[in-house]
Design a protein around this ligand. Sequence first.
Ligand code: IPM
Ligand code: MG
Length: 356
Amino acid sequence: MTRKILVLPGDGIGPEIVAEAVKVLEKLVAEGVELELEFGLIGGAAYDAEGHPLPPGTLASARAADAVLLGAVGGPRYEQLDRALRPEQGLLGLRAELELFANLRPAILYPQLADASTLKPGVVAGLDIMIVRELTGGIYFGQPRGIRVLENGEKEGFNTLVYRESEIERIGRSAFEIARKRGKKLCSVDKANVLEVTELWRQVMTRLARDYPDVELSHMYVDNAAMQLVRAPKQFDVIVTTNMFGDILSDAAAMLTGSIGMLPSASLDANAKGMYEPIHGSAPDIAGRGVANPLATILSVAMMLRYTLGLPDQARRIETAVGTVLDRGLRTADIAAAGESAVGTSEMGDAVIAAL
Ligand code: IPM
Ligand code: MG
């Protein structure tokens, strides 16, 4: 059965890094893996071509696809647009429309890159955390929202942080299942001392724990979690948290590894259909120069093979190939140590293909 993959390069460095990941997919196809690639527009690129960051054709193709591979969206050119037309809305719209509620963000320290972290090697050596972020609810999508003018003429901005039990339960189950396949430790991060909605979050997680007796559940307030992440990150195995807390903590966790350019992510629906993208953004400052690191996008293909396409051996093969090129000393500028020479985007991609 041929599986369909929608490729959305997006903005900034998106097209460059996605091109390398596509080489990997094409190599698998050449070897007999039955995949069909389709290309589409999202973000600023879609706005430029069709006047909207998530054109109907892109959404229809995404619905029809088994998985989506996305580069990055956004750029300074689009910051003045109406909110509804900004590139980020393409991404948020896809997450919402496809109900990709479970966002998996691994933070792994590659031993070859231990020096890239700003933290002491002893603090981060061997780091392997999985952040499970709720992605289609919470304050990102809660209504009402807006900026209104009060009677005295002053403006007031407002957003709503809201979670239903069912939303908490489904992300909770995803996280417990993932913890079960890893170190069997799950830390639920909330602000239950202040926010009722996360008091409910904590209650639901506690209730779910009965169904997963093999997983050790703990709870942590988000401010403490931020501190613990930089103080002693190796205490964590899997973290589950709300949309906005997950947005923030996953950036911090990524930087523990010193190389946000290395980290992939998966956003899954209830049937493990998914969108796969690097954690980093569109990096407009280096776009078009062929110096961006394609490894996070290539590793996103590995996550796609594992979580949506059911090909864990192929996933491991890609991860091993990435390890091999790092062993050989290949570094893009973002992960090169001071004074070390760096290779370009396509050179790195070609090296991964060769290692495969
Ligand atoms: C992320 C990004 C997005 C988010 C932006 C681009 C809308 O920061 O994927 O973490 O806030 O979710
Ligand atoms: Mg973010």
